[in-house]
Design a protein around this ligand. Structure first.
Ligand code: SAM
Length: 238
């Protein structure tokens, strides 16, 4: 997979060299480049913003540098505009994007990017407008980081143990069950007996029930979508 990030704060993306994305680069699964939008400005001050037409507070990112940047790095790509008015980012969307060959992140700042840039991008590749959640960040860099990390860990060959991906929160529509490690007793708190039983069938049933219970408590909206809500009365398998 190839990922290009266009931003006015390239240093913000430094963590991409670390941890998971860094590992994916080392394994040759990911080719990643971060670009400074100001490199596509033509004036002495490297201006990337201007006042909004129609008035109002704040500044808007100018179309010309964005147009030149995308012409150069985004032809044929899936171009992700990070924006609070985009489709919500989910595990399903991460899974979908992990199958794309080339992602380009356009990180907005100020009041956002001139809308004509999005229209122009649609002539170069496939546009996705994606939101990290229902809140407002200062810029799109954190969203690009989060989306990249969620996508890259799904690349085939990235995880040593692919099973750990299959059992995670949101993969089957449920939150993950609680997890424990040694010691079996700590500060007077014991690991549930079933996990020490060695009975794989009972362990799997307990985990499934705990995942459903936790999802019902914390995210009933998710449980309704999985259609398992009717089985909740039978959950006590301890
Ligand atoms: N005025 C914009 C609005 O109300 O929708 C918010 C602009 S925000 C201060 C600046 C930039 O941060 C946005 O252009 C976008 O790239 C990014 N951003 C902010 N919140 C985001 C979110 N929830 N998800 C993804 N990107 C976000």
């Amino acid at each position: 997979m190839r990922i290009d990030v266009v931003t006015i704060f390239p240093d913000y993306l430094a963590p991409l060299a670390l941890s998971l994305p860094g590992k994916a680069r080392d394994k040759g699964l990911l080719d990643l480049a971060v670009h400074d939008l100001r490199g596509w400005t033509t004036d002495r001050h490297h201006t990337v913003d201007d006042t909004p037409y129609g008035g109002g507070a704040g500044m808007v990112m100018k179309p010309e540098p964005w147009g030149r940047a995308l012409d150069e790095v985004a032809r044929g790509a899936t171009i992700v505009f990070t924006t609070p008015s985009g489709e919500p980012f989910t595990q399903a969307l991460a899974q979908e994007l992990s199958g794309h060959e080339h992602l380009v992140f356009a990180c907005g700042r100020y009041e956002g990017i001139d809308q004509r840039v999005v229209e122009h991008a649609a002539t170069l590749g496939t546009v996705r407008e994606i939101s990290l959640g229902d809140y407002v960040l200062n810029g799109g860099e954190v969203a690009a980081l989060a989306i990249t990390e969620a996508v890259v860990r799904l690349l085939p060959g990235f995880m040593g143990n692919a099973e750990s991906l299959a059992e995670e929160s949101h993969v089957d529509g449920l939150l993950e069950y609680p997890v424990y490690t040694k010691p079996a007793s700590w500060e007077g708190r014991d690991v549930p007996d079933v996990l020490l039983s060695g009975d794989h069938g009972r362990i799997a049933a307990w985990r499934r029930a705990e995942a459903q219970r936790r999802t019902a408590e914390r995210r009933p909206d998710l449980l309704a979508a999985t259609g398992v809500i009717s089985g909740l009365a039978d959950l006590d398998v301890r």
